[in-house]
Ligand binder design. Structure first.
Ligand SMILES: Nc1ncnc2c1ncn2[C@@H]1O[C@H](COP(=O)(O)OP(=O)(O)OP(=O)(O)O)[C@@H](O)[C@H]1O
Length: 309
């Protein structure tokens, strides 16, 4: 379990983390959660809590329902059974205390958006009723840009920025409104190793400074292995949750998948061998073909989180 020690000064009073070892407050609670589309049951009997300041990696094969879980938390998808509460109340659509970094490709060439416009979308999206005065809005956007190290490209067209720079802006956008929970859907997709590290450290720094709960969907836990408190692994309609050492074990994943799976730890990395093909959900739009981690995985060998197709 990680201990909370702020790496740098919190940005504002609301962001002051509680003392070390303070009891963690439950931000999100799921009990008996199930999600089904027609005959297809993605997961069921899902029970877990996310506590403030906790970093949870969400892993699982393609089509196991990771993105759908985030959509339920965002109120965009209804549970088929069970309950889900955020800060003690049922989840609702458009909750300003939940930040979201969606799974998306890089901005299209020629998108007429500057860095500050992308971040401003988050600020505006979090405001209801009267608009923020111009100066206050500008200050908030500037603060967010600075907090993610993106001030220098505030006025540059997003389409001309690198993937890592664009992801910094998306992190800034997701932090508008001072969320209590941050949902990240494959935020490292298509980034090279250096940018994977930079973006995941940025998210990790903010969760510590702001005492944010983080749910981080990924196909590869390796870039965030040293940041993660717990792993939520979805497979075969079921799940396991626990520390990486508890969940990322051959016997645990073999039981979850219902067939022999080997978890290999080598040079500080975790690799899973023998994950069965989910046999569905291979629509292509979610998956990256590159192997930025240099795993050299092919066939049924995958960095932890399931196979990539
Ligand atoms: N609204 C919907 N109606 C019907 N089926 C859906 C709906 N949303 C998602 N699905 C299906 O549910 C399955 C799980 O999708 P989801 O995107 O949650 O999986 P995932 O674990 O995030 O997958 P990946 O790793 O490939 O991104 C997929 O087969 C998908 O086609």
């Amino acid at each position: 379990m990680k201990i909370f020690g702020a790496k740098s000064a919190p940005a504002d009073a609301e962001a002051v983390p509680p003392p070390r070892n303070a009891p963690r407050h439950v931000v999100l609670r799921v009990r008996g959660g199930a999600l089904q589309f027609g005959d297809r049951r993605l997961w069921h009997d899902l029970d877990f809590d996310v506590r403030s300041g906790e970093f949870i990696a969400v892993l699982g094969a393609n089509g196991s329902g990771k993105s759908s879980l985030l959509k339920v938390i965002l109120g965009q998808q209804q549970l088929s059974a069970g309950t889900m509460t955020f800060e003690g109340s049922p989840v609702t659509r458009g909750n300003r205390r939940i930040g979201y970094i969606p799974q998306q490709k890089l901005a299209d060439e020629g998108a007429p958006l500057r860095g500050r416009d992308l971040v401003a979308l988050g600020v505006d999206g979090h405001r209801f009723g009267l608009p923020l005065p111009r100066a206050a809005r500008r200050r908030e956007v500037d603060d967010l840009l600075a907090s993610v190290g993106a001030s220098e490209y505030a006025n540059v067209a997003v389409s001309t920025l690198s993937g890592g720079e664009q992801q910094r802006l998306r992190v800034g956008q997701s932090l508008a409104g001072n969320p209590r929970l941050l949902l990240c859907d494959e935020p490292l997709l298509s980034l090279d190793l250096a940018h994977q590290r930079a973006v995941s450290e940025l998210i990790d720094t903010h969760r510590r400074q702001r005492d944010l709960g983080v749910l981080f969907v990924t196909h590869d836990i390796n870039p965030i292995l040293d940041m993660v408190d717990r792993v939520l692994y979805l497979a075969g309609g079921s799940f396991r949750i626990g520390t990486p050492d508890e969940v990322l074990r051959s016997e645990v994943l073999s039981e979850l998948y219902g067939s022999p799976v080997d978890v290999i730890r080598t040079r500080g990395r975790v690799i899973v061998v023998g994950v069965p093909d989910a046999g569905h959900g291979h629509d292509g739009h979610h998956h990256h073909d590159d192997d930025p981690g240099g795993n050299g995985n092919t066939g049924s060998t995958a960095p932890v989180g399931g196979p990539r197709s």
